[in-house]
Design a protein around this ligand. Sequence first.
Ligand SMILES: [Zn+2]
Length: 240
Amino acid sequence: MQDRFTHKNKVGRHRIPWKVRKEVYARDNFTCQYCGKKISRDEITVDHLIPLAENGTDEMINYVTSCLACNQLKGSMPLRDFARTMNFQIENLPVHGDPVTNNPLLPIQIRLLRRKIIEKGRLEGTLKGTRAQYKLEKEFRRAFWNTPESLSLQAIFPNLPGQVRIMIPEIQAIAKNKREFLLLVELAKSANTRNLIGSVITTESDVEQVVMNIARKTNDKALRLRLEQALKRWQSALMK
Ligand SMILES: [Zn+2]
């Protein structure tokens, strides 16, 4: 399944691609996120906030820029303990690679809501393991449920299930027209295809083209089946 966290798919542990490192460094302004020091080229590292030894995910969302000294000092210490040692706030750490928090086109309330959940997961050390993404999306849905944004979407789209409705702001940010909007709504109905939104399908995508291409080329049978089903439902939605 495609990951919604990061561009770095199917890359083994400890091998963070240079392109991803550069992105993290640039967004953190080449500054250690633990001690605040500006870092020279030979002392700059990417650190896993929740250590790999603690089952932290090897994903962009779990990366920050760290100087070599902080990285070594932290080792596999839980983030919470290290924050206490170094006297920094976990809430002040940046979030990278999250399709909601890092999407400037989304309403700020939604982005902040999502950010809070990520912060809590970091503080409590729960944002880890192979189900980290699943847990995050689930918590997010739960928190979103009673917000004014959710209630207004409920009024506009009363027939959409909750896991689709929560994707509407992201879908609206990507869709350039009604056709794309309807196709993305159909994709949001299955977990397999939902994860394409914000990772593979972004604001720059020609949505139809991308979906057709994946449906044609993917080796993932479940994904292909779900895409074909979504395309079928989309065709009948277009007729209405
Ligand atoms: Zn440092």
